[in-house]
Design a protein around this ligand. Sequence first.
Ligand SMILES: [Zn+2]
Ligand SMILES: [Zn+2]
Length: 312
Amino acid sequence: MDFSFLNALLDTLITSVSADSLAPVKIVKTIGWNSLVFFIFTVIGYFAAAGGLYAFYRLRPSSPFALSAADRTPAKIWNSIRNDVVLSVLSSGIFAFCAALMMSAFEQGYTRLYLESDRYSFWYLGVSLVLVILLQDTYFYFTHRLAHHPKCYKWLHQGHHHFKNPTPWTAFSFDPAEALIQAIYLIGVVFIVPMHFSVLCAVVLVMTLGALIHHFGFRLFADSAFGKWLGGWMVGPLHHWMHHRKYTAHYSLYFTFWDKVMGTQQDGYEEILSRPSVRELTLAIATDTAKTIEKPSPATVVPLSMSIKKAS
Ligand SMILES: [Zn+2]
Ligand SMILES: [Zn+2]
């Protein structure tokens, strides 16, 4: 698509104003172009990654590691994907605009991002990466809890829970307000924590991979002592799938720490991790009682008895 007419229009606009007001116009133009570029790359990446993982998901619906494939009809799947894609493209626009704002602030020297490799010790790269991820884990847990509050749920988080069986297409599926809340974390943290630019890129990569993996639709942790230990502390597809089915448990992002501390982890979760099939998993979840912290409005709750019948 040729956008050169936009460039010409903006150049005309720039030359028609006085020199004093030139800088702000240039900044707006840069933010606009950067937003467009980031948006195109984000959408292409989303379709490539989510599409690839979804193809894997569709090719193995009867795998014992597949989550929830049994209770989905083609019409439901299509409806779910359409909803997820629309919201994900909208969210990509918001993420791209926020990224462009951040880049502009970086270029103006307002952030604590840096490019020099010798500004801090080498080990600080790792420390800052871990710090930013742990802060994000905390920020996400509490904003996620807020998003499930009955007064916020409908306009902040309902889009992500449109269907209770997520697919990789759900990875970026946020209502615009929720996308903004998540983007604000990254915009804010670059003003607080000194961070090498490569660390920021690593955080974005971790966020993206995390979102895709959580909605992968397959259990990942192996049925071994180490796999169970890892699955007990890391949020994986099963952990987050249970959140999509129950709403009142499992709000964490990367680690199960905050769910454990705040009492929102599914009772007997470690034991559920070792259930061999999706049917057993569904029954295990149904027979346990989630700790109810905030109740979503009745319209958003899917009775578990329904999902058991369909999955049987
Ligand atoms: Zn989700
Ligand atoms: Zn949620």
